[in-house]
Design a protein around this ligand. Structure first.
Ligand code: HEC
Length: 150
């Protein structure tokens, strides 16, 4: 039994190896630290994904056009009226608005010539300059976007 007590005192003489281990551990820790910093620096270099990666490009464009030109007056939440009617579900309603106009034609007409048909209960407050101010591509994109609002 006393033998074990003696053997326990041995590490007192083994300072040097212990320090060596500590030093190499420090190097390893430092190395990992540097790797982490490098990894952190590398992260921003990867391209940030677009806000809605699931939307195809034309719909993403349409969403942007909508936010910039229409969102001040039209919500996409059912029953939330801003100035104009909510456009939630417009793709399903549009075909029933005007005889002879399918959903696509009705939405184009609403944007290009808002006076042509007034939604019941609303005034003629929608600007009629979109035909001039939006490019053809922006117009197509916003209509395509609204046609997804079923
Ligand atoms: C200044 C406010 C305003 C802005 C901006 C505006 N609208 Fe409107 N919009 C209205 C109002 C008010 C009506 C309802 C009267 C009418 O039918 O013209 C309406 C009606 C509509 C309708 C018919 C809705 C239905 O239920 O039949 C569509 C579609 C529409 N807007 C699309 C758009 C799009 C797309 C844009 C952007 C390019 C836009 N609007 C910008 C005010 C606005």
């Amino acid at each position: 039994m006393p033998d074990t007590a003696v053997s326990l005192t041995i590490p007192a003489t083994s300072h040097k190896p212990a320090e060596k281990i500590q030093l190499s551990q420090r190097i390893v820790i430092l190395f990992i630290f540097i790797l982490l910093i490098l990894a952190g620096c590398g992260a921003p270099a990867t391209p940030t994904p677009p806000p809605t990666p699931t939307l195809p490009p034309q719909l993403a464009r349409g969403q942007k056009v909508f936010q910039q030109n229409c969102g001040a007056c039209h919500s996409l939440q059912p029953d939330l009226t801003i100035v104009g009617p909510s456009l939630a579900g417009i793709a399903s309603r549009a075909a029933d608005r005007v005889d002879g106009q399918d959903a696509r034609t009705y939405i184009y007409t609403s944007v290009l010539n808002p006076d042509a048909y007034l939604v019941t209960g609303y005034e003629n407050q929608m600007p009629n300059n979109f035909g001039k101010d939006l490019t053809g591509e922006d117009l197509d994109a916003v209509v395509a976007y609204l046609l997804t609002m079923e």
